[in-house]
Design a protein around this ligand. Structure first.
Ligand SMILES: [Zn+2]
Length: 97
């Protein structure tokens, strides 16, 4: 009986454990208009880039938030995503690789 309870506890703990490291793959985000670098970013998952969590930006090339330092285009909007500060990317303004 004791063993069974211990097992249950460890299973529950394992399930609730968040991903400690977070995403490790870093992408480079560029302005779609002038191809200048904007961010280096640790992106989670695959697919389109919709938002950037600020805490995951490893390098920020911008001088004015959400604005390309070269051509001055606005490529994102500041937002809170689930309580976390983030940039919401404006569709078509950036590309990444
Ligand atoms: Zn630009």
């Amino acid at each position: 009986m004791l063993v069974l309870i211990t097992n249950n506890h460890s299973i529950i703990r394992y399930m609730a454990k968040p991903n400690k490291k977070g995403p490790t793959a870093t992408i480079d985000i560029y302005c779609n208009q002038c191809k200048s670098p904007l961010f280096k970013y640790r992106k989670g998952g695959k697919g389109a880039l919709v938002k950037c969590f600020k805490e995951r930006i490893t390098r920020d090339f911008t001088t004015t938030p959400c604005t390309c330092p070269e051509c001055g285009i606005q490529f994102a909007r500041e937002a809170l995503v689930r309580g976390t500060p983030a940039f919401k990317i404006i569709r078509g303004k950036v590309f990444f690789k």
